[in-house]
Design a protein around this ligand. Structure first.
Ligand SMILES: Cc1cc2nc3c(=O)[nH]c(=O)nc-3n(C[C@H](O)[C@H](O)[C@H](O)COP(=O)(O)O)c2cc1C
Ligand code: SF4
Length: 663
């Protein structure tokens, strides 16, 4: 290991617990529940060298519930045995496992338990319920529940407790003047607002063993007007409570500013939370950990060296590459699969859909697909892969790892396919890591040769005569030119006019000083990126049949930054409208509910409605599969990725990986 990184691997004492290094996974949910999948997932990070793992937010009793997310629980004794197994699995690799005790307060709708959501003060939630301001007996009940949950955590064998006092959940709803306007001993002055937190710490301390650490997840800056700030009460709370805690796991942002809490790479620089934390780290004797788009080992080492934090937290990076610490230690820094900050992970888990990752297709399948471990091919084959986008690259990589002899053909001058296009859109540059990591791995593999450029284009006859035994077609998808939507299933009349463009054409064309109508049903990164790109030099009118633009970015937390950027550029939005017709210099749009029609001036029109598979080559080969098998070396023909069904990049990578594991 380079001495540069040695500080990362120094042990650190969190009260009575010695953590073997300073690299930890802050709590993060995954909607995997408490079964074997959860155990395998956390144990993989321990195997990959994370010194401390904090199991996700775990419900302490029935007055709060995680519905619809199958998440962490400590509300009854039945939750103990599976967590005991998880603790043992993590300990087997020498790492420590803490658990985060969570009460959601106003933020938990309690749709499962049907109990009234409880909080410090009755304030709007922006949803279809308003919570109850807790009476004194509610407060006693919940404080007791913190104690009982800590007792269960002790019995499960956890090494420590992290109280969830962050993100606008119950404890932070007491701490924060943004939520708390009580006038009793639990509200008003800072001292009174801290009382609930202090009492919760006491209850937890009363129920853990002397060898367990007790710390807190804490939001030092809430990033809302009227909330805690890092240079005000935010740090003051830490000053006053540091004698009671063994560590702090500090971050920024609450529900109302969630895009700052789990910042996407769009407008959130690497290490973006560190400036909020450094004063506390430098002033307090208690260790402070922090996270926020830390992915680079040099940065991580420097952040420790310069006392920004005492421990490096990586939630998303630990998902994207659970072997980050081991790779740093082994000198394999170049092989780290860096997170791209797309937030596909959290967009799924927060809706109760099991977590997946764009960069790491093995996530959630660690039991049967151990990351970085591949089964040697019993009978290595000659494999031809046509198409070097995310699915083709991932497939070729895993087949190469398994010992097959792979030729990867990409007709463009470089690998990447759609990733290269999408990462070229404004503010998505880090998405290129999907391509670049795979390109570097392919380069390293002696079993794989990559051919790019026009001469690598493969026709039916080229494939037929190539001599490969396995043929995999990964030719991706193209944007539809006709503007067909889910509700019309018909081309927009006038779609064939010259000034109607696909997103790729629009970016490749020199457009300026024009009025451009974008007709969108994608609602995600391509329409946002094309709009942002074009709006720099044109007037852009964004028409969508959806109730709002960019609905697919609601849970990736990119919505605010996208809308901010586009409003700054003067983009005009026309929601709930479909396109009836494209004319020479205008379009006709109609309201999807009232049917009212209106014309908009348009020098150019861009459709970001749907993509269609490029599957002609695959289908023609497949149609002749029998004769090809008898007349050539070809044994089987497969299609993979967008060539089968155009979906997210994450799905293309997964499909490539899955096929290569299973062939
Ligand atoms: C999928 C996902 C789930 C999360 N769940 C939790 C959670 O259960 N409790 C919590 O305190 N923070 C949670 N977080 C926030 C992370 O702990 C972390 O603060 C945030 O992701 C920023 O760190 P990162 O850039 O290293 O990901 C979650 C983050 C992600 C990506
Ligand atoms: S889904 Fe995206 S943001 Fe989440 S860990 Fe994977 S690469 Fe990072």
């Amino acid at each position: 290991m380079s001495t540069t990184y040695s500080r990362l691997f120094e042990p650190i004492e969190l009260g009575p617990v010695t953590v073997p290094n300073r690299i930890f996974q802050p709590p993060h949910g995954n909607a995997y529940g408490l079964g074997q999948q959860q155990t395998d997932f956390r144990a993989e990070k321990a195997r990959g060298g994370f010194g401390l793992i904090v199991q996700e937010y775990s419900q302490i009793d029935e007055t709060t519930d995680v519905t619809p997310v199958d998440s962490g629980y400590l509300h009854d004794d039945e939750t103990i045995p599976p967590q005991k197994r998880m603790v043992d699995a993590v300990h087997a690799h020498g790492s420590k496992l803490f658990v985060e005790l969570w009460h959601g307060g106003a933020t938990a709708g309690n749709y499962g338990s049907r109990q009234p959501p409880l909080t410090s003060s009755q304030r709007p939630t922006g949803r279809n319920y308003t919570p109850k301001a807790m009476e004194r007996e509610d407060i006693r009940t919940v404080l007791d529940a913190f104690g009982d949950a800590a007792d269960r955590a002790r019995r499960a064998g956890y090494d420590g407790i992290e109280l969830h006092a962050a993100h606008g959940y119950l404890i932070s709803q007491f701490l924060s003047p943004f939520y708390n306007d009580r006038d009793d001993e639990f509200g008003g002055s800072l001292e009174s607002r801290m009382r609930f937190f202090e009492d919760a710490i006491e209850r937890v301390r009363d129920n853990v063993s002397a060898d367990m650490a007790v710390g807190a997840r804490y939001t030092i800056d809430e990033r809302v007007d009227g909330g805690l700030t890092a240079d005000g009460d935010g740090i003051e709370v830490m000053r006053r409570l540091s004698d009671d805690l063994d560590f702090w796991d500090v971050d920024i942002g609450i529900k109302q500013s969630i895009d700052d809490m789990i910042g996407p790479s769009r407008r959130h620089e690497k290490n973006y939370q560190m400036d909020y934390l450094k004063a506390a780290t430098r002033e307090l004797d208690v260790p402070v950990g922090g996270a926020g788009r830390i992915t680079d080992p040099d940065d991580a080492a420097a952040l420790l060296e310069e006392n920004y934090v005492d421990m490096i937290g990586m939630a998303r990076q630990s998902i994207s590459d659970p072997h980050w610490p081991r790779k740093v230690k082994d000198g394999d820094v170049d092989r780290i699969r860096e997170c791209i900050g797309c937030n596909i992970c959290v967009s799924q888990s927060r809706q109760g859909i099991p977590l997946v990752c764009t960069q790491n297709p093995t996530v959630g399948r660690e039991g049967d697909w151990p990351p970085e471990t591949y089964e040697d091919a019993a009978d290595p084959k000659g494999v031809l892969v046509v198409g070097g986008g995310p699915a083709g690259m991932e497939f070729a990589r895993v087949m190469g790892e398994r010992g097959h002899l792979v030729h990867l053909k990409e007709r463009d001058d470089r690998l990447g396919g759609r990733v290269t296009f999408e990462a070229g859109l404004p503010e998505l540059g880090e998405w290129n890591r999907v391509r670049d990591w795979r390109a570097a791995e392919l380069d390293r593999l002696e079993t794989v040769s990559v051919h790019t450029g026009p001469r690598a284009e493969m026709s039916y006859d080229d494939v037929r005569t190539y001599g490969a035994e396995l043929v995999v077609i990964a030719t991706g998808a193209e944007w539809d030119e006709t503007g067909t939507t889910s509700s019309s299933h018909q081309p927009v009349p006038g779609w064939e006019r010259d000034h109607v463009l696909t997103p790729t054409d629009a970016i490749a064309t020199d457009l300026s000083g024009q009025t451009i109508v974008i007709f969108d049903e994608e609602g995600y990164n391509v329409s946002a990126g094309v709009a942002q790109s074009l709006a720099a030099d044109n007037r852009v009118i964004f028409v969508t049949p959806r109730a709002s633009a960019f609905q697919e970015t609601l849970h990736t937390f990119e919505r605010r930054t996208i809308f901010t950027a586009l409003y700054d550029l003067g983009v005009e939005f026309v929601a709930n409208h479909t396109l009836e017709e494209v004319r020479d210099d205008e379009v006709v749009a109609s309201n999807v509910y009232s049917g009212d029609r209106r014309s908009y001036e348009a020098d150019a029109v861009v459709f970001t409605t749907m993509r269609e598979s490029n599957d002609d080559l695959y289908r023609s080969l497949k149609a002749d599969a029998e004769s090809l098998r008898s007349s050539t070396e070809i044994e089987s023909i497969h299609a993979v990725g967008d060539c089968v069904a155009p979906r997210r990049i994450a799905d293309a990578v997964y499909a490539g990986h899955e096929l290569a594991r299973e062939l």
